[in-house]
Write a protein of this length. Structure first.
Lengths: 271, 359
């Protein structure tokens, strides 16, 4: 009997948590398909005539379209370069410099302790001097601090989990260090590395402050989305909702992939 | 042709020496076991021969070629790891043939070789599986197949059986031994299990603290241990040790114990000298009271081992055990007489621990 009560309570609590977590997302998604008069009614409407007008508006709006394009360019470039530089660095740290590994990892992590504002202001000055203020290149450059450090930080343990014996067995068969890395370490660490890249992607995709301070004209999507809210009295709720959906879609898809991957890893488990 | 020649091998990690000046010759076709307690340097030695660990000093030759500075892949050796180290992202067949495919051997040449090793090791029906879907014993066989298919000059085994249960360990031990009798490839096998070493080796290299304590056939190691350490390490149940003083006529005395030593074996001994006697439990048995070299003790414990039993007795306050088939008649508290033949008594220097037997 007591067990029944506790299971019921646990389920009720879980249900409540799910509602709290998913409610706003659901409301936003619904709002994205509503016309303004369906949104601003005093009685919330669950049943309405869906419209794609909001999405049409934002995709027709050059500012938002450019923001999306800028976001895609900046985020994919910084994550890609971060991976290309960070993953080999992490492998070297994990394999050849384990005794410095902890210190280096802490240093890399400490870069993330600093509030972004503290970086932003000096960067404005430096970028103005260098003539790369308000450029996508400048934004990619500053995001690389985040992506490289996060990739290293998450990839070192991923490579440490690759059994050393397997790399040695490959070396016994004549593989040089580069071949061992490409054919063994990288594929074996790939699931964890993919997780690291997704996490890094989400981190920079959602970044607002640096983008806001360092790129006024070449704004990314979070900056544009934030600016829509300050359009005046006539708040275009439907458009905001649609922009938000557009903004959260890539992270949500990636997180979904990540969860699926984690689940499959847990299920197959260690041998 | 693949004898192995190690000259003045030195290995240190920072200032800490692990192996200091080790010389070793392994003739072609021989099955050599590196045996010793953990931390004695046996695995390090094997990994240096494999090329996975650099030597700090010295020279390693395999088949007449100086391989000291060659990478592992160019030494003509194949290794079986304790953890098997199979490639989890490849099928069993791909695991076995990876080395050959990498060298660019044609598919037509690989197929019959794969078929042959798979047949020898009983892996035919597993070739399409992933390693994680195999049992420990099957994984070990895949690891062996991967080493064998390359027909290397030398096989290296790093404690390959220690992750398996006792029964499987025994079975695979026999298989490895049989394989060696057929292929005759020079083999080095590292283990800390003295029974495994005794049963599988042509020659045992017993190591301690980075030095070779004794090198010899299993019989030599067992019957003529060079030191107290070797005598203690080899043999189950473990050897009994008794400190004694020599009297005229090479009689070793310790309390009530009187043992006649063999003059032919120990010509260097003098009366008045202190020695340590080593008595193997398996070399002693029950005897009539008053027999030559008899010990008299009180039974403390009888351990049934099936065909025979280990009897632990108390002699002058010290525990001495022996092995007998007639253990079922004995019970705790009985007074027993048991004796050893003079040529089975080992005598060690109590200070250096070296054997005092003539060479």
């Amino acid at each position: 009997m007591g067990k029944l009560i506790s299971t019921t309570l646990t389920r009720a609590l879980l249900g409540l948590l799910i509602i709290v977590a998913l409610g706003p997302i659901l409301w936003t998604v619904l709002g994205a398909f509503k016309e303004l008069r369906d949104i601003v009614t005093p009685v919330p409407k669950l049943i309405f005539e869906p419209t794609l007008d909001n999405f049409a508006t934002i995709l027709r709006n050059p500012t938002i379209r450019d923001g999306l394009l800028h976001s895609v360019i900046v985020v994919s470039a910084s994550v890609l370069i971060g991976a290309v530089l960070g993953i080999p660095a992490a492998h070297s740290l994990a394999r050849h410099a384990r005794r410095w590994g902890d210190d280096v990892q802490f240093f890399v992590l400490s870069l993330r302790f600093m509030p972004p504002v503290a970086i932003a202001i000096p960067f404005i000055v430096i970028y103005l001097d260098l003539g790369i203020y308000d450029t996508l290149f400048g934004l990619i450059l500053v995001y690389l601090i985040t992506t490289i450090s996060t990739v290293i930080w998450l990839a070192v343990p991923a490579f440490e989990r690759v059994p050393h014996d397997i790399e040695e067995a490959a070396a016994m068969e004549g593989c040089g260090p580069a071949e061992v890395f490409w054919r063994f370490s990288l594929p074996l660490a790939a699931p964890s590395l993919f997780g690291a890249l997704v996490f890094t992607f989400v981190l920079v995709w959602n970044e607002l402050l640096l983008a806001l301070t360092l790129a006024a004209q070449n704004a990314t999507l979070p900056v544009v989305a934030a600016s829509i809210t300050s359009l005046g009295k006539e708040v275009p709720w439907g458009v905001i909702n649609a922009a938000t959906v557009l903004l959260v879609l890539p992270p949500l898809v990636f997180i979904g992939l990540l969860m699926g991957l984690l689940n499959s890893m847990v299920r197959s488990g260690p041998k | 042709m693949a004898h192995i020649h190690c000259t003045d091998i030195v290995k240190s990690y920072g200032a800490h020496p692990v192996i200091s000046g080790l010389n070793l010759d392994i003739p072609n076709h021989e099955f050599v076991v590196f045996l010793g307690p953990s931390g004695c340097g046996k695995s390090t030695m094997l990994r240096m021969i494999a090329g996975l660990e650099e030597v700090t000093g010295g020279r390693i030759e395999i088949g007449g070629t100086d391989v000291t500075d060659l990478p592992p892949g160019e030494r003509g050796v194949a290794m079986v790891f304790q953890s098997y180290a199979l490639y989890p992202h490849m099928s069993v067949a791909d695991n076995i043939t990876f080395g050959l495919r990498r060298q660019g051997v044609s598919k037509a040449d690989i197929a019959p070789r794969l078929k042959q090793v798979a047949e020898v090791l009983g892996l035919e029906q597993f070739l399409d599986r992933r390693p994680k879907n195999l049992s420990g014993g099957q994984q070990q066989r895949v690891a062996m197949a991967r080493a064998m298919i390359k027909t290397p000059k030398v096989f290296l085994f790093d404690e390959p059986l220690s992750n398996l249960d006792a029964k499987l360990r025994e079975k695979l031990r026999t298989e490895i031994r049989r394989m060696h009798l057929k292929l005759k490839t020079t083999t080095i096998f590292v283990t800390h299990d003295q029974l495994e070493a005794m049963t599988i080796a042509d020659r045992i290299v017993l190591m301690r603290d980075g030095m070779i304590e004794q090198m010899g056939t299993p019989d030599e190691i067992f019957e003529r241990p060079a030191s107290r350490f070797v005598a203690d390490f080899i043999g189950t149940p473990a050897m009994n040790f008794v400190t004694a003083k020599l009297e005229a006529g090479l009689i070793a005395c310790a309390g009530s114990i009187r043992m006649q030593l063999s003059e032919a074996e120990f010509p260097s001994l003098n009366p008045g000298q202190e020695v340590e006697l080593g008595l193997r439990p398996a070399r002693m048995d029950l005897c009539a009271p008053g027999s030559a070299n008899a010990l008299t003790g009180e039974v403390v414990l009888v351990e049934n081992m099936g065909a025979e039993g280990q009897v632990i007795t108390e002699v002058d306050g010290a525990e001495i055990s022996f092995v007998t088939q007639r253990f079922r008649d004995l019970s705790i508290g009985d007074t027993v007489h048991f004796a050893i033949r003079p040529d089975h008594i080992h005598v060690f220097d109590p200070k250096t621990g070296r054997s005092l037997r003539k060479d």
